[in-house]
Design a protein around this ligand. Sequence first.
Ligand SMILES: NC(=O)c1ccc[n+]([C@@H]2O[C@H](COP(=O)([O-])OP(=O)(O)OC[C@H]3O[C@@H](n4cnc5c(N)ncnc54)[C@H](OP(=O)(O)O)[C@@H]3O)[C@@H](O)[C@H]2O)c1
Length: 361
Amino acid sequence: MPPGHHVVVRELGEDPREAIERFITLEPMTMPDPQTLAPTDVVVAVRATSVNWVDIVMTSGQYQHVPEPPYTPGLEYAGEVAWVGPEVTTHAIGDRVLSDGFATGPRSSGAHRRNGGFASYAVAPAHALLPIPGDLTFDEACNLLGNYETAYHCLVTRGRLAAGETVLVLGASGSTGLAAIHVAKLVGARTIALGRSAAKLDVVRAQGADLVVETGDLATLRDRIKALAPGGVDVVYDGVGGELSTAALRCLRFGGRFLIVGWAATPNVSRGKGQRGAPNANQLPTNLIMMKGIDVLGCPTVIGTTNDPSLRQPRLAQLFAWVAGGQLRPYVSHRFALADWKAAMLAKLGNDVIGGCVLHP
Ligand SMILES: NC(=O)c1ccc[n+]([C@@H]2O[C@H](COP(=O)([O-])OP(=O)(O)OC[C@H]3O[C@@H](n4cnc5c(N)ncnc54)[C@H](OP(=O)(O)O)[C@@H]3O)[C@@H](O)[C@H]2O)c1
């Protein structure tokens, strides 16, 4: 196999920008030597790897799962099997596979935690690789699990979103936000997509959102949303945080559900360099929650699934069925060569991306 390259995080930054500028390098690599691998390992020739928000925040140790440098980022990747260990019966050379970020790469805890997808070759245990469903391309496949499992866990499992209900999706142009629009439509809900950019919202509308609303003046957001959903929306999907959360609480009907998905607007909630603690945590007003009888639901997908592993198989089965039926296809707006990893990470950090951003090793 020809030699290649991998991206290596040598040290955690105070914040992702410092990590990107000072501590991340592109280094040569060769196909891993089978003599050094386990009999249950598989080597994947990576064709596309997703640049996730989690990949970015991990480089400063500000994500709840702190990686140990040196490591290669890339929670999720897709490619072709290049080598299988002698005990592997589930995969063969040439198979098209995607990685399960729960079980391999920097979000995992075991022997493969340094082996992310920002690389020409990635090593994973056989059980962490799944066949690419339907006719998804490599670019689409590496944007499936993290985004759509999150959207499903938050909206369906935690949010109990039902057909005919209205959901307001904050950060709807984002990776998990656009996935939330897709999943909400598939369960029969009405979707209102919120974002700061009219151009990005045009794409979100083309991707299926029923209504799109520019964030604009937060003081008038409640009135503008209630004009579209009299009495207020049933569910808010909040992956943005900051002052937008409070404005969005006001958009809920009495008894609505508020899903806490993340805080893309306030990435410095936690200390940098992998120090524990969250001195800058977002806060919600209890008076609004009380008087409106709101259910506030924390929605950590990986942690929730670790606590209740039975959640996963039905979720994966539904997502794969939607893909196989041609009803679900991740959207990818940005593509970069692996050598342009820095531009890709900065594009994601700068909110240029709609849906997915991929690197091509
Ligand atoms: N709960 C879970 O299990 C889970 C799983 C994965 C990710 N997450 C978290 O969910 C959050 C979103 O992740 P993602 O992958 O969707 O991120 P993303 O792709 O970067 O999208 C976030 C969106 O938020 C909006 N946004 C960013 N900064 C903003 C600001 N200052 N004010 C208003 N809007 C802002 C942007 O939309 P516009 O520019 O269009 O306004 C952006 O497209 C992150 O905090 C991530 O860690 C949670």
